[in-house]
Design a protein around this ligand. Structure first.
Ligand code: ZN
Length: 299
Protein backbone atom coordinates (compact mmCIF):
# COMPACT_ATOMS: atom_id res chain seq x y z
CA UNK A 1 0.00 0.00 0.00
CA UNK A 2 2.71 2.40 0.96
CA UNK A 3 4.69 1.45 -2.09
CA UNK A 4 1.74 2.07 -4.38
CA UNK A 5 1.24 5.46 -2.82
CA UNK A 6 4.91 6.28 -3.40
CA UNK A 7 4.60 5.07 -6.97
CA UNK A 8 1.63 7.33 -7.48
CA UNK A 9 3.55 10.28 -6.07
CA UNK A 10 6.50 9.41 -8.29
CA UNK A 11 4.28 9.24 -11.40
CA UNK A 12 2.68 12.55 -10.48
CA UNK A 13 6.15 14.13 -10.24
CA UNK A 14 7.09 12.73 -13.66
CA UNK A 15 3.85 13.99 -15.24
CA UNK A 16 4.27 17.43 -13.69
CA UNK A 17 7.91 17.68 -14.75
CA UNK A 18 6.90 16.69 -18.27
CA UNK A 19 4.18 19.37 -18.31
CA UNK A 20 6.62 21.97 -16.99
CA UNK A 21 9.12 21.00 -19.67
CA UNK A 22 6.43 21.31 -22.37
CA UNK A 23 5.52 24.77 -21.08
CA UNK A 24 9.16 25.83 -21.11
CA UNK A 25 9.66 24.47 -24.60
CA UNK A 26 6.56 26.17 -25.98
CA UNK A 27 7.64 29.40 -24.26
CA UNK A 28 10.89 29.21 -26.19
CA UNK A 29 9.31 28.74 -29.59
CA UNK A 30 6.31 31.04 -29.28
CA UNK A 31 6.61 34.72 -29.97
CA UNK A 32 6.21 36.89 -26.95
CA UNK A 33 2.57 37.75 -26.36
CA UNK A 34 0.76 39.77 -23.75
CA UNK A 35 -2.90 40.60 -23.39
CA UNK A 36 -3.80 44.07 -22.21
CA UNK A 37 -7.27 45.43 -21.51
CA UNK A 38 -8.25 48.44 -23.62
CA UNK A 39 -8.31 51.82 -21.86
CA UNK A 40 -12.03 52.35 -21.70
CA UNK A 41 -13.41 48.86 -21.39
CA UNK A 42 -14.30 46.58 -18.56
CA UNK A 43 -15.98 43.82 -20.55
CA UNK A 44 -14.05 41.01 -22.09
CA UNK A 45 -15.48 38.70 -24.68
CA UNK A 46 -13.95 35.61 -26.15
CA UNK A 47 -13.28 36.38 -29.78
CA UNK A 48 -10.43 35.08 -31.85
CA UNK A 49 -11.08 37.48 -34.70
CA UNK A 50 -8.68 40.35 -34.42
CA UNK A 51 -7.76 43.49 -36.26
CA UNK A 52 -4.04 43.11 -36.90
CA UNK A 53 -1.98 46.29 -37.06
CA UNK A 54 1.54 45.33 -38.01
CA UNK A 55 4.36 47.83 -37.77
CA UNK A 56 6.71 46.21 -40.28
CA UNK A 57 10.42 46.46 -39.62
CA UNK A 58 11.68 48.33 -42.69
CA UNK A 59 14.76 49.79 -41.00
CA UNK A 60 14.83 53.62 -41.09
CA UNK A 61 11.43 54.20 -42.64
CA UNK A 62 7.82 53.34 -41.99
CA UNK A 63 5.21 50.83 -43.05
CA UNK A 64 2.04 49.61 -41.39
CA UNK A 65 0.00 46.67 -42.64
CA UNK A 66 -3.58 46.35 -41.40
CA UNK A 67 -5.64 43.19 -41.75
CA UNK A 68 -9.25 43.25 -40.55
CA UNK A 69 -11.02 40.25 -38.97
CA UNK A 70 -12.95 39.78 -42.23
CA UNK A 71 -9.71 39.81 -44.24
CA UNK A 72 -9.72 43.37 -45.58
CA UNK A 73 -6.22 44.76 -46.09
CA UNK A 74 -4.63 48.19 -45.97
CA UNK A 75 -1.02 49.27 -46.39
CA UNK A 76 0.18 52.60 -45.09
CA UNK A 77 3.62 53.39 -46.55
CA UNK A 78 6.16 50.79 -47.68
CA UNK A 79 9.62 51.77 -46.44
CA UNK A 80 12.54 52.95 -48.57
CA UNK A 81 13.58 51.83 -52.07
CA UNK A 82 16.02 49.27 -50.71
CA UNK A 83 13.14 47.49 -48.91
CA UNK A 84 11.07 46.72 -52.00
CA UNK A 85 11.81 43.00 -51.97
CA UNK A 86 11.39 42.86 -48.19
CA UNK A 87 7.95 44.45 -48.59
CA UNK A 88 6.90 41.85 -51.16
CA UNK A 89 8.21 39.12 -48.86
CA UNK A 90 6.23 40.53 -45.92
CA UNK A 91 3.02 40.64 -47.95
CA UNK A 92 3.57 37.04 -48.99
CA UNK A 93 4.36 36.03 -45.41
CA UNK A 94 1.10 37.56 -44.16
CA UNK A 95 -0.86 35.98 -47.02
CA UNK A 96 -1.76 39.31 -48.63
CA UNK A 97 -2.52 39.02 -52.34
CA UNK A 98 -4.62 42.17 -52.63
CA UNK A 99 -4.51 45.54 -50.90
CA UNK A 100 -7.95 47.10 -50.59
CA UNK A 101 -6.44 50.45 -49.62
CA UNK A 102 -2.95 51.89 -49.98
CA UNK A 103 -2.02 55.15 -48.29
CA UNK A 104 1.21 56.95 -49.13
CA UNK A 105 1.37 59.32 -46.16
CA UNK A 106 3.69 61.82 -47.91
CA UNK A 107 6.15 61.67 -50.80
CA UNK A 108 9.40 61.05 -48.87
CA UNK A 109 11.50 58.07 -49.93
CA UNK A 110 11.51 56.37 -46.50
CA UNK A 111 7.70 56.08 -46.77
CA UNK A 112 6.83 55.69 -50.45
CA UNK A 113 10.11 54.14 -51.69
CA UNK A 114 8.77 50.58 -51.70
CA UNK A 115 5.27 51.41 -52.93
CA UNK A 116 5.97 51.30 -56.68
CA UNK A 117 7.00 47.66 -56.62
CA UNK A 118 4.13 46.71 -54.30
CA UNK A 119 1.69 48.29 -56.76
CA UNK A 120 3.39 46.53 -59.70
CA UNK A 121 2.95 43.14 -58.03
CA UNK A 122 -0.28 43.26 -56.03
CA UNK A 123 -3.96 43.88 -56.78
CA UNK A 124 -4.90 47.31 -55.44
CA UNK A 125 -8.33 48.77 -54.65
CA UNK A 126 -7.79 52.43 -53.83
CA UNK A 127 -4.79 54.66 -53.25
CA UNK A 128 -4.70 57.84 -51.16
CA UNK A 129 -1.93 60.45 -51.09
CA UNK A 130 -1.82 64.07 -49.93
CA UNK A 131 -1.71 66.87 -52.52
CA UNK A 132 2.01 67.54 -52.48
CA UNK A 133 4.69 66.44 -54.92
CA UNK A 134 8.38 65.66 -54.70
CA UNK A 135 10.91 66.21 -57.48
CA UNK A 136 12.48 62.82 -57.03
CA UNK A 137 12.96 59.67 -59.07
CA UNK A 138 11.26 57.76 -56.26
CA UNK A 139 8.11 59.85 -56.55
CA UNK A 140 8.10 59.72 -60.37
CA UNK A 141 8.52 55.98 -60.28
CA UNK A 142 5.54 55.67 -57.93
CA UNK A 143 3.37 57.84 -60.20
CA UNK A 144 4.35 55.64 -63.15
CA UNK A 145 3.36 52.45 -61.30
CA UNK A 146 0.04 54.04 -60.34
CA UNK A 147 -0.59 55.08 -63.95
CA UNK A 148 0.38 51.67 -65.35
CA UNK A 149 -2.07 50.04 -62.96
CA UNK A 150 -4.85 52.37 -64.10
CA UNK A 151 -5.35 53.68 -60.55
CA UNK A 152 -6.51 57.18 -59.71
CA UNK A 153 -5.02 58.82 -56.64
CA UNK A 154 -7.54 60.09 -54.12
CA UNK A 155 -6.54 63.10 -52.05
CA UNK A 156 -5.63 62.33 -48.45
CA UNK A 157 -6.86 65.04 -46.09
CA UNK A 158 -8.53 65.55 -42.74
CA UNK A 159 -12.23 64.71 -42.59
CA UNK A 160 -12.16 61.76 -45.00
CA UNK A 161 -14.01 58.63 -43.94
CA UNK A 162 -12.58 55.56 -45.63
CA UNK A 163 -14.80 52.70 -46.70
CA UNK A 164 -12.71 49.71 -45.61
CA UNK A 165 -14.53 47.31 -43.31
CA UNK A 166 -18.07 47.62 -41.90
CA UNK A 167 -16.88 46.85 -38.38
CA UNK A 168 -13.99 49.30 -38.34
CA UNK A 169 -13.98 53.10 -38.53
CA UNK A 170 -11.14 54.55 -40.55
CA UNK A 171 -10.91 58.33 -40.75
CA UNK A 172 -8.25 60.86 -41.66
CA UNK A 173 -7.56 63.53 -39.09
CA UNK A 174 -4.65 65.13 -40.96
CA UNK A 175 -3.47 67.01 -42.90
CA UNK A 176 -5.89 69.73 -41.76
CA UNK A 177 -4.25 72.60 -43.67
CA UNK A 178 -2.16 72.91 -46.80
CA UNK A 179 1.54 73.22 -46.04
CA UNK A 180 4.79 73.51 -48.00
CA UNK A 181 6.33 70.95 -45.68
CA UNK A 182 5.98 67.39 -46.93
CA UNK A 183 6.07 66.06 -43.36
CA UNK A 184 3.22 68.31 -42.32
CA UNK A 185 1.19 67.18 -45.31
CA UNK A 186 1.35 63.62 -43.91
CA UNK A 187 -1.90 61.70 -44.02
CA UNK A 188 -2.81 60.92 -40.40
CA UNK A 189 -5.14 57.97 -40.01
CA UNK A 190 -7.31 57.04 -37.05
CA UNK A 191 -8.61 53.49 -36.80
CA UNK A 192 -11.28 52.50 -34.29
CA UNK A 193 -12.39 48.93 -33.68
CA UNK A 194 -14.86 48.46 -30.83
CA UNK A 195 -13.28 50.09 -27.79
CA UNK A 196 -9.79 50.04 -29.23
CA UNK A 197 -8.08 52.74 -31.28
CA UNK A 198 -4.96 53.53 -33.25
CA UNK A 199 -3.51 56.81 -34.53
CA UNK A 200 -1.04 56.48 -37.38
CA UNK A 201 0.75 59.76 -37.88
CA UNK A 202 3.26 59.45 -40.75
CA UNK A 203 5.87 62.18 -40.27
CA UNK A 204 3.46 64.87 -39.03
CA UNK A 205 5.37 67.52 -37.06
CA UNK A 206 4.35 70.06 -34.45
CA UNK A 207 2.56 72.40 -36.93
CA UNK A 208 0.34 69.57 -38.11
CA UNK A 209 -0.13 68.32 -34.55
CA UNK A 210 -1.37 71.79 -33.55
CA UNK A 211 -3.69 71.92 -36.57
CA UNK A 212 -5.17 68.55 -35.62
CA UNK A 213 -5.74 69.67 -32.02
CA UNK A 214 -7.30 72.95 -33.21
CA UNK A 215 -9.56 71.05 -35.62
CA UNK A 216 -11.36 69.53 -32.64
CA UNK A 217 -11.05 66.00 -34.04
CA UNK A 218 -11.07 63.19 -31.50
CA UNK A 219 -7.39 62.28 -31.35
CA UNK A 220 -7.56 59.85 -28.42
CA UNK A 221 -5.95 56.55 -29.33
CA UNK A 222 -4.62 53.70 -27.23
CA UNK A 223 -1.93 52.97 -29.80
CA UNK A 224 0.06 55.86 -31.25
CA UNK A 225 2.59 55.68 -34.04
CA UNK A 226 5.13 58.15 -32.66
CA UNK A 227 5.48 60.87 -35.31
CA UNK A 228 8.50 61.21 -37.60
CA UNK A 229 10.51 58.28 -36.18
CA UNK A 230 10.82 59.91 -32.75
CA UNK A 231 12.23 63.20 -34.05
CA UNK A 232 11.94 66.10 -31.62
CA UNK A 233 10.06 68.06 -34.30
CA UNK A 234 7.05 65.85 -33.46
CA UNK A 235 5.29 64.44 -30.38
CA UNK A 236 4.62 67.74 -28.60
CA UNK A 237 3.40 67.33 -25.06
CA UNK A 238 -0.01 68.79 -25.92
CA UNK A 239 -0.43 66.29 -28.75
CA UNK A 240 0.61 63.37 -26.56
CA UNK A 241 -1.88 64.52 -23.93
CA UNK A 242 -4.69 64.68 -26.50
CA UNK A 243 -3.92 61.23 -27.87
CA UNK A 244 -3.26 59.86 -24.37
CA UNK A 245 -1.98 56.52 -25.68
CA UNK A 246 -1.15 53.42 -23.68
CA UNK A 247 1.34 52.22 -26.28
CA UNK A 248 3.69 54.06 -28.61
CA UNK A 249 5.45 52.53 -31.59
CA UNK A 250 8.57 54.10 -33.08
CA UNK A 251 9.40 53.00 -36.62
CA UNK A 252 13.12 53.52 -36.68
CA UNK A 253 16.34 51.84 -37.83
CA UNK A 254 20.00 52.77 -38.18
CA UNK A 255 20.12 56.48 -38.96
CA UNK A 256 22.22 59.65 -38.75
CA UNK A 257 19.37 61.88 -37.60
CA UNK A 258 19.55 60.88 -33.96
CA UNK A 259 16.09 59.22 -34.14
CA UNK A 260 14.55 58.56 -31.74
CA UNK A 261 15.64 61.61 -29.75
CA UNK A 262 16.11 61.45 -25.99
CA UNK A 263 13.73 64.44 -25.71
CA UNK A 264 10.89 62.40 -27.17
CA UNK A 265 11.83 59.19 -25.33
CA UNK A 266 11.82 61.13 -22.02
CA UNK A 267 8.47 62.69 -22.84
CA UNK A 268 6.95 59.31 -23.66
CA UNK A 269 8.31 57.82 -20.47
CA UNK A 270 6.98 60.71 -18.35
CA UNK A 271 3.53 60.18 -19.89
CA UNK A 272 3.72 56.51 -18.91
CA UNK A 273 3.57 55.35 -22.52
CA UNK A 274 4.89 51.86 -23.15
CA UNK A 275 7.23 52.08 -26.13
CA UNK A 276 7.96 49.52 -28.85
CA UNK A 277 10.64 50.16 -31.48
CA UNK A 278 11.44 48.39 -34.74
CA UNK A 279 15.19 48.78 -34.12
CA UNK A 280 14.91 46.96 -30.78
CA UNK A 281 11.90 44.67 -31.23
CA UNK A 282 11.87 44.00 -34.99
CA UNK A 283 8.37 43.90 -36.46
CA UNK A 284 5.74 44.81 -33.86
CA UNK A 285 2.13 43.66 -34.13
CA UNK A 286 -0.59 45.16 -31.95
CA UNK A 287 -3.75 43.18 -32.61
CA UNK A 288 -7.19 43.98 -31.20
CA UNK A 289 -10.37 41.98 -30.70
CA UNK A 290 -12.23 45.23 -30.09
CA UNK A 291 -11.65 45.01 -26.33
CA UNK A 292 -8.10 43.89 -25.62
CA UNK A 293 -4.72 44.19 -27.28
CA UNK A 294 -2.32 41.39 -28.03
CA UNK A 295 1.23 42.56 -28.62
CA UNK A 296 3.64 40.36 -30.54
CA UNK A 297 7.22 41.34 -31.21
CA UNK A 298 9.72 39.68 -33.51
CA UNK A 299 12.47 39.96 -30.89
ZN1 ZN B 1 10.00 59.48 -42.44
Amino acid sequence: MKKRYTNFKFSAIIVMSFLAMLLMLSGCTLEWELDYPANSDSKSTVNSDRLRVIFLDVGQGASQLLISPSGKTMLIDAGNNDREQAMLDYLKQYGVTRLDIIIGTHPDADHIGGLDRVIDHIDVGEIYMPKIQANTKTFESLLLSIKNKGLKVKTAKAGLVLDWDDEIEVTMVGPVNVSDSRNNMSAVVKVVYGNTSYLLTGDAERESEKDMIDSGADLQADVLLIGHHGSKSSSTLSFLKKAAPQFGVIQVGDNNYGHPTSTVLDRLSKQGIEVYRNDLHGTVEIASDGHTYRITTER
